[in-house]
Write a protein that binds this ligand. Structure first.
Ligand SMILES: Cc1ncc(COP(=O)(O)O)c(C=O)c1O
Length: 356
């Protein structure tokens, strides 16, 4: 049995890569690499002791992984609306959804643009609930110089292949409350005190509590380390494209009534995605087909969770989120990746600005 063989076998690469991610986040009390952001949020949900009878508020405009980890623990979901300028959780809607039953509010930083943390953090302090950051897109994003993932009691990052930095599949659990740190390793090591064993603190590891197999596999850690090494190059390329879109589409957006992303004061974003909110009268399919005819593939994004097939079965009838519905119905994302050259970017701009 492996657990009876004393001696550390924590890979140096894992330790170094974790340390690098931790440094990029300005050193939270703990960072653990996980097999996905979804799994980091599942670990967070367990870590915070969420259970039946608890309510958890999530934005309506997000991916299922913001909600499922809390649903899986038996919590009741409350869907809050989003801000029309950013697509991020609207604190006024959060105030309407929270009650003494609320245990957590999960904010998403859409496109890595900070949610309204200036209001959400004090609300969490005053209310009796935890703020959780779904910072799936938030790596390299910050507010007032503080990295995203560092504002909530816990946060989660994604290193999925669609993200700026990829491990293929991967994520990170970020813990900002020292009181939680001691319980984390057992959760991630399938409920075993494996880390204590690796550090030579116990002779054999054993079942020590609930947990799952949420750690990032070594092959993914390896890939993450390689990708992180080229982060400056990737981020330079992404920002060049994002800034070009923002500059070159301003007059088209004023002429057509399409809306472009707004970055609030104090926020630095990671150029993860560039969205366009088409005017209400525009059929999105017509825009997408127009772009495809010009060799450009734009994509929609999230649905509005309470309106999805499954969401309709779990959402409370009063949790109506009209702004999230608008984002779900009218938003398109323009192509954006470090592999794009000037010709690719020009092709996108020509296609988009030709649309009326
Ligand atoms: C807001 C949000 N949260 C969570 C996730 C899940 O991330 P992962 O694929 O790493 O589990 C995604 C996926 O893109 C996402 O967009």
């Amino acid at each position: 049995m492996r657990g009876t063989q004393p001696g550390p076998d924590v890979g140096t690469l894992r330790v170094d890569t974790t340390a690098l991610v931790s440094a990029l986040l300005d050193g939270p009390v703990a960072v653990e690499l996980t097999s996905s952001c979804t799994h980091a949020l599942e670990a967070a949900s367990l870590l915070l002791g969420i259970g039946p009878g608890d309510e958890v508020v999530v934005p309506a405009f997000t991916f299922s992984s913001t909600a499922n980890p809390f649903l899986l623990r038996g919590a009741t979901l409350r869907f809050a609306d989003v801000d029309p300028l950013t697509g991020n959780l609207d604190p006024a809607s959060v105030a309407e959804r929270t009650s003494p039953r609320t245990r957590a509010v999960v904010c998403v930083h859409y496109g890595g643009v900070a949610a309204d943390l200036d209001r959400l953090v004090p609300m969490a302090e005053q209310g009796d609930w935890d703020l959780v950051e779904d910072a799936a897109q938030g790596l390299f994003g910050s507010l007032h110089g503080r990295p995203l993932g560092r504002f909530g009691r816990v946060g989660a990052l994604s290193f999925h292949h669609t993200k700026n930095i990829s491990a293929g599949e991967g994520g990170a659990l970020v813990v900002n409350d020292p009181a939680l740190v001691g319980s984390v390793p057992v959760l991630l090591d399938k409920g075993n005190d494996r880390e204590a064993f690796d550090r030579g603190l116990v002779n054999a590891y054993e079942w020590s509590g609930p947990g799952s197999s949420w750690r990032m596999p070594d092959a993914a850690v390896d890939r993450l380390a390689t990708e992180l090494a080229r982060r400056d190059e990737v981020q330079r390329a992404r920002h060049r494209i994002w800034d070009t879109y923002a500059r070159e589409l301003t007059s088209w957006s004023s002429a057509t009534g399409a809306r472009l992303p707004v970055v609030p004061p104090g926020a630095a974003h990671p150029a993860h995605l560039f969205w366009v909110l088409l005017p209400p009268a525009t059929a999105r399919e017509r825009f997408l087909a127009h772009c495809v005819e010009r060799g450009v593939r734009c994509t929609r994004h999230y649905g509005s969770l309470p309106r999805t097939r499954f969401g309709r079965t779990v959402a409370l009838p009063g949790d109506i989120c009209p702004v999230a519905d608008e984002f779900a119905d009218r938003l398109v994302r323009l192509p954006l990746g470090p592999e794009m050259d000037e010709g690719d970017v020009d092709r996108v701009l020509v296609a988009v600005t030709a649309f009326r």
